[in-house]
Design a protein around this ligand. Structure first.
Ligand code: OOB
Length: 535
């Protein structure tokens, strides 16, 4: 078993098996089953490739053998930093079959995040594209490797320069011992509650349930053509049901290089896409673009929206403008997923974030004293269940506060539950800014800003925003000449921070409002900024 992984207690594990949540299969074996039953069906489409199930299955086997020969062993972590490309899919399945563990970095991540992930995971290899959207990942790899020499191998999709081409990691398929279904299959990134990002271990058993039960709830079958528009390293387009859920039922995955209407609409029309998933700001953008783009979107049957709160007004437009059904998804990489269902009344689909996926998802909605609030009241959502983690990877100390003693995960989300079981997300208690689905770990950005010589003190707050839900604003107490936004963002970029974490606004203040305990009062601070803006 992977050290640093917290398993479920034996009695609960036995129960989840008995109840059929954990089926004792691995992610790699599910692809094999599909390849045997329908080898010539199309599994994956991207700009450059069109792979049948047989081809994907073989590619995964050959890659697994090649990785094995290069010394990648079961349990080794491999940092995967790829865009939406066919190689992402074959590589993940190769690693699943080998029993090595992909660590899924987001395309926007840069030196700071990647170095942190490499260090925390102890990854032995780093897989990158040569260039992506104008950014040279080989330069990033050089910088990261200089700081993290444990990263033995850099494998490149495309032109490798001094590194190794992924295409050359190829060998005759060979028998490999493979993982147990209860082993960790992959490490996902947390949106964060405090400080730097955490890693979320997901087992074959639990993630396969996550993907297949999501597929059922979203009505997927072998005729599904799923468009991965969001970055596939994210749990939502990866397994809710996303890429893995689609492949598990024998459907076709179409990979879009970006989620822009320009790229996505072209693919929807060409590939007759039936299902896709978006975050709310992109749903809004698609709704606007659909009015004038003139693309044929008539194949679309279902649009899933999640990652941040969807406004009812936007929800209402999905059917009339895109001509498809809406499914709201309130999920987290940590596990728990909530979906609105096809049989739900229209009103609930529009105005709630859905109800739990599994009958045995346990939910507690609690007040500040950790006691359950009255039904229908707002409180923090705590949860445990057959696909919700029991501990972050290698985070013993953080785990003591992130979970209750009986193993409930503290989501940091404020919700209320309707008598039907549906949840409405009302806010949060965690210090994260949700910028249209991109999660900004506030403390991390504040720490980097504090390193700037002109910053005496700083507080990052979320301000309401029409398009994104929230935008970030850095409130700065200056040391000497007040720094501007361009200067601070240049500083953060030079440190190698992902672009979505850069403050959208910088406001220089004399002092911060404080709580009785002397902590920055962020909600009052946000009101002060609003006041400054709108008078
Ligand atoms: C998804 O996963 P993460 O890990 O990036 O972020 C989880 C957090 C939740 O704790 C919540 O704060 C927020 O994102 N969130 C929503 C939401 N869906 C997620 N807030 C309001 N309304 C929603 N519908 O974001 C994620 C994972 C799987 C499926 C969908 C989203």
């Amino acid at each position: 078993m992977l050290d640093g992984f917290t398993p479920w207690p034996e009695d609960l594990a036995a129960r989840y098996r008995e109840l059929g949540y954990w089926q004792g299969r691995t992610l790699g074996s599910v692809l094999r089953e599909r390849a045997l039953s329908a080898p010539e069906r199309t599994a994956v489409v991207d700009g450059a490739h069109r792979w049948t199930y047989r081809e994907l299955d073989l590619r995964a086997d050959r890659l697994a053998a090649g990785l094995h020969l290069r010394g990648i062993a079961p349990g080794d972590r491999v940092l995967v930093h790829l865009p939406n490309a066919a190689e992402f899919v074959s590589l993940c399945f190769a690693l699943f079959r080998l029993g090595a563990v992909p660590v899924l970095a987001l395309p926007a991540h840069r030196e700071t995040e990647i170095t942190h992930l490499a260090r925390l995971s102890g990854a032995v290899a780093y897989v990158i594209p040569d260039r992506c959207l104008g950014f040279d990942h080989r330069e990033l790899a050089r910088a990261v490797r200089a700081r993290q020499p444990g990263l033995r191998e850099v494998l490149v999709v495309g032109e490798p320069e001094e590194f190794t081409a992924l295409a050359e990691v190829d060998a005759e398929p060979m028998p490999l011992p493979g993982p147990e279904p209860s082993d960790v299959a992959l490490l996902l990134l947390s949106g964060g509650t405090t400080g730097v990002p955490k890693l979320i271990p997901r087992t074959h058993d639990d993630y396969l349930y996550n993907a297949t039960a999501s597929a059922e709830t979203a009505g997927l079958d072998a005729g599904t053509r799923y468009l991965a528009a969001l970055p596939v390293a994210h749990n939502f387009p990866l397994a809710c049901p996303g890429v893995l859920g689609t492949l598990a039922v024998g459907g076709t995955v179409v990979l879009s290089p970006t989620p822009s209407p320009e790229d996505a609409f072209r693919l929807i029309e060409r590939e007759r896409v039936t299902v896709t998933a978006l975050v709310p700001p992109l749903a809004l953008l698609w709704l606007e673009a659909a009015e004038w783009a003139g693309a044929d979107l008539s194949s679309l049957e279902l649009l899933q929206v999640g990652g941040a709160r969807l406004k009812e007004g936007t929800a209402q437009l999905v059917g009339p403008v895109l001509g498809c059904r809406l499914q709201q998804v309130f999920g987290m990489a940590e596990g728990l997923l909530n979906f609105t269902r096809p049989e739900d009344p229209e009103r609930l689909v529009r105005s709630t974030q859905g109800r739990p996926l599994a009958e045995h998802d346990e939910l507690r909605i609690v007040g500040a004293d950790d006691r359950e609030v009255a039904p229908g009241e707002v409180g923090e959502l705590l949860t445990r269940g057959p696909y919700t983690l029991r501990g972050y990877y290698r985070a013993e100390e953080h785990n003591r506060s992130a979970f209750t003693v009986d193993g409930f995960y503290r989501s940091g989300d404020l919700v209320r539950q309707l008598p039907s079981g549906h949840l409405v997300v009302e806010g949060r208690v965690k210090d994260v800014i949700n910028r249209g689905g991109d999660k900004i770990p506030v403390e991390e950005v504040e720490n980097h800003l504090l390193a700037h010589p002109a910053v005496h003190d700083v507080a990052l707050v979320g301000l309401p925003d029409e398009a994104l839900g929230e935008r970030s604003c850095a409130c700065v107490i200056a040391h000497g000449a007040p720094p501007g936004r361009a200067e601070l963002n240049a500083h953060l970029t030079a440190l190698g921070l992902a672009a979505f974490k850069l403050p959208d606004r910088v406001v220089v203040l004399e002092d911060f409002p404080r709580t009785a305990l002397g902590k920055v009062n962020k909600s009052e601070l946000a009101s002060v900024i609003e006041e400054l803006t709108h008078g």
